[in-house]
Design a protein around this ligand. Sequence first.
Ligand code: MSP
Length: 652
Amino acid sequence: MGNYYVTTPIYYVNDVPHIGTAYPTIAADVVSRFHRMMGDAVRFSTGTDENATKVARVAASRGADPMAFVDEMAAAFVETWRRMHVAYDDFIRTTEPRHHEATQALFLRLYENGDVYYAEYEGWYCVPCETHFLETQLAEGKCPDCGRAVEWMKEPGYFFRLSQYAQPLLDYIAAHPNWLQPEFRKNEAVQFIKGGLRDVNITRRSDWGIPVPSHLPNSEGLVIYVWFDAPINYITVAGYPADAEAFARWWPGTHIVGKDIFTRFHATLWPAMLMAAGLPLPAAVVAHGFWTIGGEKISKSKHGGKGFRINPLDLSQEIVEASGADIDVAVDSLRYFLLREMPFGMDGDFSLEALYRRYNSDLANDLGNLVNRTVTMLGRYCGGAIPARADVLPEALHAAKQVERCLGGAVVSYLEALKAIWELLGYLNRYIEEQAPWKLHKAGRAEEVNAVMYTLAEGIRFALVLLYPFMPVVAERAAAQIGWAHPAWKVSALAWGDLRPGSRTQPAGPIFPRIIDKETIVTEETPQPAAPAAPAPGAAPEQPLISIDDFAKVQLKAGTVLAAEKHPKADKLLILQVDVGEDAPRQIVAGIAAVYPPETLVGRQIVIVANLQPARLRGEVSQGMLLAADMGETGMAVLSPDTVVPNGSMVR
Ligand code: MSP
């Protein structure tokens, strides 16, 4: 057990929260939750960067008072993160007195030891990026970061002796292999520093920002450069300068930042400032890549309008509308998607299709269905209670070890952690098929049924504990369903067998209702073809023959019924979830409720027409049709292959 401090960048308040800023925030939330689960004392901070010169400009252009403007924008971040299940410990705003105090203290410290001095500055400056550039750093005369026009700035001010720190930084990087992550970004930083560092002007003439300490010469009308003040937030939160005890406890912390602010600021300027102040450097600086949309950088002007929702809450609402899941499940699903879809250091393209695909296959299918089937079978075979304990499942322990390595170690890998959890879920899904508890039950082998069901429930519990930092609300809900009523989200005490025999399950239906591709649903109630005219009494019914080509148009497939339930609005209908070897199971609505109690179908293989146009039957989508022999008055018999076949096998 130790102390763990993690930070996100502090966000400019001239933009609204979007998936680009939600990304590092959720990433920091996940590691901090995991460290709490390991028993560490944790501090997770995020916040807003409010002193930028452009804040004053934007506020002025809206005719707003800058302070009222930043208050309103900061509140939007606070509210968004709350609703995105982000559990930070501190939200820092750089307009707060504690941060003014820390910034001025650090500025003075560097001034007193000679690393900050007063001089005349002349050079190129990008106002939107708030960054100086050398002539040689410009890209065709424009800002190398954002491509916009730069301005020639000439003003006297205070400078930071950054040039003195190139070699110490290179030495530090060489001596601390995991300090800058990932490796390829570290190499970029090394190249940048080797390219030479110039002293930087760390003041601006403005009336918005943190004033240069007033007793310093020429301080009148000067504020501290926003990129000098912003990183200091990390030590303000840790207690600098007043609370030495807190500072010793929490500092150094780990920074999660985007690649755009990694090299120049978090791998160079900020550590050099700390070196100059004689303070410890950050524990690690981890850079992530960028989300793009259609290959382009996300921007409010392009993607903030009606066509595309980039706000994480709006996107979660899209999931709600497409699936019927509730908003908290949708939020957790988006959190999952962002960390699963692209490796943390790399760039990736965001699309609703990809989001929906992962929702259906990973969440509705692999996770949701597993929980649902297990709870249903616990109800049916074990009276709705957890049976006697079964032997430890090595796959569950293995997953726990993997996730601990990926989230609790020096180098964090969200993707690998999620893959390890999904390996366990995949194992459990296969285990159901292999063990076929419905067969054991039919054969009266109750002890074996109990062992299988305990293994499933406890295996799911392990997966939920490991998943908790990513999907806290979903983990809570699923835990209640499998009979873990008072979950303790601890990995430090995750022991096989903690799920108590006798605990009652709480069946509550699917957590992740499936998203049906809207494009393929033609009408609410697909019209049935007109019935052929009844044959005259006594005459043989005339059935025209069809060619083999006609028959070939009908695609028949074998599949396994994963779940079955009564249609809430129609007595004769059952709703089946059928695995036909595709990414996600299909929902089939069938008129067999009078003959088949739903539970008798679960686990059974059937044959469906797989290329029928989807239709809605009493509000429920049916993506195919089940084949059954119709015996008229005497009932129906569902067709099954006479031996177990791979799901998705064509029937000809
Ligand atoms: N205020 C500075 C950070 C100061 S930290 C001491 C800033 N703010 S920002 O709001 O522009 O960006 C904050 C973070 O969001 C950056 O790490 C940036 O990389 C990240 N992202 C912004 N858009 C992004 C994407 N489209 N994709 C991923 N992350 C992106 O920079």
